[in-house]
Design a protein around this ligand. Structure first.
Ligand code: HEC
Length: 437
C-alpha cells in the first residue's frame, strides 16, 4: 500500500514537472486564432520501457512481409486516435506524445489539430493533374519509448538539454498524419474522405507561409500517414520508415480502415545509380494512383520509398538521416536536383552520394560541419531546436538564451533579445524556410 502511494506521488510529481511548457514563451501559434488549442500529450514518461518488451511488428520481417509489418505498427495507434467534431483527436487511451517547440513561426502548429506546415506539393505530385498551390499540414507523435527521450530533452522546457548523440531506444515508433486542402477533382483517391477543420493559409499558398494570425478556418482531408520505427533488424540504418495513403471509397472508421501501404524503407541504397533499388518496398497496386505518370514516374528518387506528398528527388530516409542541430551547410534535400538531368550519370552519382548514404542512427550526417548534436533521424527535434532559437532571437522567448542556441552559434548573447520591434520580428520569421522542401 505504502509503495503504491509513494509511486503515485512520484508519478504526479513527474507529471507536474514534465507536463510543463516554457513559461517564458508567449507567442505560441496555437494561440494565434482565438480558439481553444488541441490538447495532445506533452506529459512525457519519465521511465524507459523494458527493451525486451515484444512489439507486435517484431513478428514480421519487414524485408519479406512489408505489408504485415506496416499494418502491425498501425494497429498500435488504432485505439489512440479518432475523428471527433471534424478533428483528429486522442481517444483518451493513447500512449502518444507530441514534441515541444513546433508551435512557433509561420509554419508553427495551428490550434485545432496542432498541425505544422509542410512542403506544398509540386504540380503533378499528388496526381497527374494536381496543380500548384495545394497545402500540406501535419502532426506527428512518438510512442512511449520515443517520448521518454523527449522527456529527457525537455525536462527544462525553456532550455532543452541535448546529448552529443540523441539515441532513440529500440521499439521507438513515431506516427505522423498529413492533411491537404487538395481538391478531390484532381486527387480522386481522396474522394468522399472525411473533412477535418484546421486553420491554414489562404487557398493557393502552396509552400509559402503567412503569419499565423492570417490563417483561416478551412477544411482538409487526410492524405498520408507516415510511420518510423527503431528496429535493430535494420542493419542499414537502425530505422524502418514507411507510409500509407488514404484511398477512396470510405469504409469502416474512415480513418485507419482506409489506409493502404504505399512504401517502406530500411536503407537508402547507397551507390545505386539506376532503378535497381533493394532497400525499399513499393506497393505495385498503387501504380497509376500515387505514382506512375510522366511528372511522377516514381515516389522517391529513382524508385526509393516516399509518400505522395513528398519530393521525388528524395526518400524518407534521405531527409531524416540529415537530422542534426544545427543543420549541415547543405541543408535538407530540396529541389536543387534538376529532374530533367536524370540521364546525366555524373549528376545522378553526385546526388546519390551526397544524400543517399546509410547513416546509422546516432551517427552525424556531414561530420565535417560541426554540430551540437546528431538527432537520430528526428526532424521534429531539429525543427524544434531551430524554432526555440528563432524565438529567442526574435524576442518571443524571454530570459536566458537556451544553451543549444549558443552552442550552435545561432544566437550568442547570454539573454534572449528583449527589444525586438514588430518589423524585426517579421523579418526574422520571414527568413524561415518551410520545413519540408
Ligand atoms: C524532404 C524531407 C523529408 C522527407 C522526404 C520525409 N520527411 Fe518526414 N519529416 C520531415 C520533417 C522536416 C519533419 C519534422 C517537421 C514536421 O513534422 O513538420 C518530419 C517528420 C516526420 C515524422 C515525425 C518524427 C520525426 O522524425 O520528426 C515521421 C514519423 C516522418 N517524418 C516520417 C517520414 C516518412 C515515413 C517519410 C517517407 C514516406 C518521410 N518522413 C519523408 C522531412 C521529411
Amino acid at each position: 500500500m505504502k509503495r503504491a502511494v509513494l509511486s503515485f506521488a512520484l508519478a504526479m510529481l513527474a507529471w507536474q514537472v514534465q507536463a510543463a511548457t516554457c513559461p517564458d514563451f508567449h507567442a505560441s501559434t496555437m494561440d494565434a486564432n482565438g480558439v481553444p488549442p488541441a490538447t495532445w500529450r506533452q506529459d512525457y514518461p519519465s521511465v524507459y520501457p523494458d527493451p525486451d518488451d515484444r512489439q507486435p511488428w517484431e513478428a514480421f520481417n519487414f524485408r519479406t512481409a512489408p505489408v504485415e509489418y506496416m499494418n502491425a505498427v498501425l494497429e498500435t495507434a488504432k485505439t489512440a486516435f479518432q475523428i471527433k467534431d471534424q478533428k483528429l483527436t486522442a481517444s483518451g487511451q493513447g500512449d502518444w506524445w507530441i514534441s515541444q517547440w513546433l508551435d512557433y513561426s509561420n509554419a508553427g502548429r495551428e490550434p485545432l489539430m496542432g498541425l505544422t506546415k509542410e512542403r506544398g506539393p509540386d504540380p503533378g505530385d499528388l496526381s497527374e493533374t494536381s496543380p500548384d498551390g495545394y497545402q500540406v499540414w501535419a502532426v506527428g507523435f512518438y510512442n512511449r519509448p520515443g517520448a521518454a527521450v523527449l522527456g529527457d530533452i525537455f525536462a527544462q522546457p525553456c532550455n532543452p538539454s541535448l546529448p552529443v548523440a540523441v539515441k532513440f531506444p529500440a521499439d521507438t515508433a513515431s506516427i505522423k498524419f498529413l492533411f491537404t486542402d487538395a481538391s478531390t477533382d484532381n486527387v480522386t483517391y481522396l474522394k468522399d474522405g472525411p473533412e477535418y477543420d484546421a486553420y491554414i493559409d489562404p487557398p493557393g499558398s502552396g509552400s509559402s507561409s503567412h503569419a499565423a494570425s492570417e490563417r483561416k478556418l478551412s477544411q482538409v482531408r487526410l492524405l498520408q500517414v507516415d510511420i518510423a520505427i527503431k528496429d535493430a533488424r535494420s542493419r542499414e540504418t537502425g530505422w524502418v520508415f514507411g507510409t500509407f495513403v488514404w484511398r477512396a471509397p470510405p469504409k469502416g472508421d474512415k480513418l485507419f480502415d482506409n489506409l493502404v501501404p504505399v512504401s517502406l524503407q530500411w536503407g537508402n541504397d547507397p551507390g545505386v545509380y539506376d532503378a535497381s533499388i533493394r532497400q525499399s518496398w513499393i506497393n505495385p497496386d498503387l501504380r497509376g494512383v500515387t505514382y506512375g505518370w510522366r511528372s511522377r514516374p516514381t515516389l522517391g528518387f529513382m524508385g526509393r520509398a516516399n509518400g505522395p506528398a513528398d519530393n521525388i528527388r528524395s526518400s524518407c530516409l534521405s531527409c531524416h538521416a540529415a537530422g542534426r542541430t544545427p543543420r549541415a551547410l547543405i541543408g535538407l534535400l530540396d529541389n536543387r536536383f534538376d529532374m530533367t538531368k536524370l540521364y546525366d550519370p555524373a549528376l545522378v552519382k553526385s546526388h546519390v552520394d551526397t544524400w543517399f548514404q546509410n547513416v546509422r542512427g546516432g551517427q552525424l550526417f556531414q561530420p565535417s560541419d560541426p554540430a551540437v548534436s546528431s538527432l537520430d533521424y528526428s526532424l521534429q527535434l531539429e525543427t524544434g531546436m531551430f524554432r526555440i532559437c528563432l524565438a529567442c532571437a526574435a524576442g518571443d522567448l524571454q530570459g536566458q538564451t537556451p544553451d543549444v542556441c549558443r552552442a550552435s552559434g545561432f544566437y550568442n548573447r547570454p539573454v534572449c533579445s528583449a527589444s525586438t520591434t514588430d518589423t524585426v520580428r517579421k523579418q526574422v520569421l520571414q527568413s524561415v524556410p518551410p520545413p519540408r522542401q
